[in-house]
Design a protein around this ligand. Structure first.
Ligand code: GLA
Length: 530
């Protein structure tokens, strides 16, 4: 079309002002999609609050359509807080305000190319496309009756691997994932026990004519990707949502979810050779109620679908710990369930989440684990002491160990934290017992966990801002072999990699700010005393 003709058409459009009232999708190529309803009165355009329906984490849009030029602004809070408090978490930080501006020129009544500019982000080009009400806000499909899904026999110890989200959000591609698999194999991570490479939000663009979920331009062949990861001796995970869409990354909005296609998607993931599914609530909150029954039903539906494929797949529930998921996650066939909102690469976030998990530690058992979210170790937002606290806590909690950093560029320090075999051994203990709080004094806490082989892991944690002396009584460790006093205790400092001499009744260590001293205490073989 010549520029003159375009100008002429543009003038026509502006003189006969289109009415944008109706349902719209904002789509970004190889990115996400955001659905909303617009209402136009004269030049003024606003979005109709969707009362929690639909996908994405959109706010309310308001602006104008003048001379065919659209200008809309949405102001919303981030991150989107979910309603239920998880695992005794204190309430979230006040969210930062941010704004998104959409500018576009109307092409026709059903299509507007638009540039989106969100505070602090690169501009994104996409299109507004008119959609049906049903496409934007699908009706609720009845959920199955609640029943217990049989155990799939997977994840007898907490799953270990890598997940793309913490480092990349949805800005990554097939090549990134392959490189991460290479690095997992070459860096020693796989030898240390890390097995699953999990592709989080950002891989799909939608469905083909037969309703099959398909990868987007950045993930052109999900089966080939799985084959590649398998060729490295690793396993691979994929990501979807019980809702129509996933949550929302940096690329315009949410991605395709499994809503209404649960069995079909489970079959696809199995055919492609996936070994793990992370299933993230996200927009499911728009079609189902936020009750335990509805959440359990939605997760059960996929749990049954996965089982039906006959392919063993680890099933990872992600609904941010709402409705006490630790009490029913296993019933849906879940092997792990998030117990908290998203972690951030900050001391305050990690500390708040980590120390809030102790009361529910007893719900973890082989095949079914509490998941306080993925690791931030190596992402740069915390000190080495803080990352050692992070790793120590997660291992004492028997938490899944999903690294969330760039495995291609790990420093020796990061490697020493993620790959400490003695610390990982606590996490992977075949006979997991819950960690307990032995004592708490001010900002100092001593956590203890019985280990198999008549041993204890003891973590002396300093949550304070100054170095602290932290002590515990050795006789607080209840060895079932009788009084330890008649025997010799063997104590190993698991971060210093050296034995510790103990004498007397009490052990005291100086622990750096936000740091930890992590010990393994066992009874030395042979006779002796001290
Ligand atoms: C939620 C999850 C995260 C990640 C993102 C993707 O916030 O909790 O772990 O999967 O969605 O949008």
């Amino acid at each position: 079309m010549t520029p003159v003709l375009l100008l002429f058409l543009g003038a026509l459009v502006s003189s006969a002002q289109v009415d944008l009232t109706g349902y719209w999708a904002f789509r970004v190529k190889d990115g996400g999609v955001n659905f909303f309803q617009l209402q136009q009165t004269g030049d003024n355009v606003t979005s109709v609050p969707s009362a929690g329906r639909g996908g994405g984490r959109g706010g309310t849009l308001a602006g104008t359509l003048r001379d065919g030029k659209l200008h809309l602004v949405t102001v919303f809070d981030t991150p989107a807080p979910a309603p239920a408090a998880a695992a005794g978490q204190t309430s979230a930080q006040p969210p930062a305000r941010r704004e998104t501006v959409y500018e576009g020129v109307v092409e026709n009544a059903n299509r507007i190319p638009v540039t989106m500019q969100a505070t602090g982000r690169d501009p994104l080009k996409g299109t507004y496309e008119r959609v049906t009400r049903e496409e934007a806000f699908p009706a609720r499909i009845p959920l199955p009756e609640l029943r217990d899904v049989p155990d799939n026999g997977m994840a007898r110890t907490p799953p270990m691997g890598w997940n793309s989200w913490n480092k990349f959000q949805d800005v990554f591609d097939d090549a990134t994932v392959r490189q991460m698999a290479d690095a997992m194999a070459s860096s020693g991570m796989s030898k240390a026990g890390y097995t699953y490479i999990v592709v989080d939000e950002g891989w799909t663009s939608g469905r083909d004519a037969n309703g099959n979920i398909v990868g987007n331009g950045k993930f052109p062949n999900m089966k080939a990707l799985a084959d590649y990861v398998h060729s490295k001796g690793l396993k691979i995970g994929i990501y979807s949502s019980p809702g129509p869409q996933s949550c929302s990354g940096k690329m315009g909005g949410g991605y395709q979810g499994s809503y209404g296609h649960e069995e079909q998607d489970a079959r696809t993931f199995a055919e492609w050779g996936y070994d793990y599914l992370k299933y993230d609530w996200c927009s499911a909150g728009g079609v189902y109620g936020s009750t335990r029954e509805e959440e359990q039903g939605a997760y059960q539906k996929m749990g049954e679908a996965l089982l039906k494929t006959g392919r063993p797949m680890v099933y990872s529930l992600c609904q941010y710990g709402s409705a006490d998921v630790w009490k029913w996650g296993a019933k849906t066939g879940g092997n792990l369930w998030r117990t908290t909102f998203d972690i951030g690469d900050r001391w305050e976030s990690m500390e708040r989440i980590g120390f809030a998990q102790i009361d529910i530690a007893g719900y973890a058992q082989p095949g079914h684990w509490n998941d306080p979210d993925m690791l931030e170790v190596g992402n740069g937002g915390m000190t080495a002491d803080e990352y050692r606290t992070h790793m120590s806590l997660w291992c004492l909690l028997s938490a899944p160990l999903m690294a969330g950093n760039d495995l291609r560029t790990m420093t020796d320090e990061t490697k020493s934290i993620l790959m400490n075999p003695d610390v990982i051994a606590i996490d992977q203990d075949r006979d997991p017992k819950p960690v307990e709080r032995l004592s708490q004094q001010g900002r100092s806490e001593v956590l203890v966990r019985p280990l198999s082989g008549s041993a204890f892991a003891v973590g002396l944690f300093n949550r304070g801002d100054q170095p602290a002396e932290i002590s515990f009584r050795l006789d607080a460790l209840k060895f079932n072999t009788g009084l330890y006093g008649f025997r010799r205790l063997q104590v190993q400092d698991l971060w210093r990699h050296e034995p510790v001499q103990v004498s007397g009744d009490t052990y005291t260590a100086t622990v750096p700010k936000h740091g930890v001293v992590l010990l393994r205490v066992s009874i030395a073989s042979g006779r002796g005393g001290f």
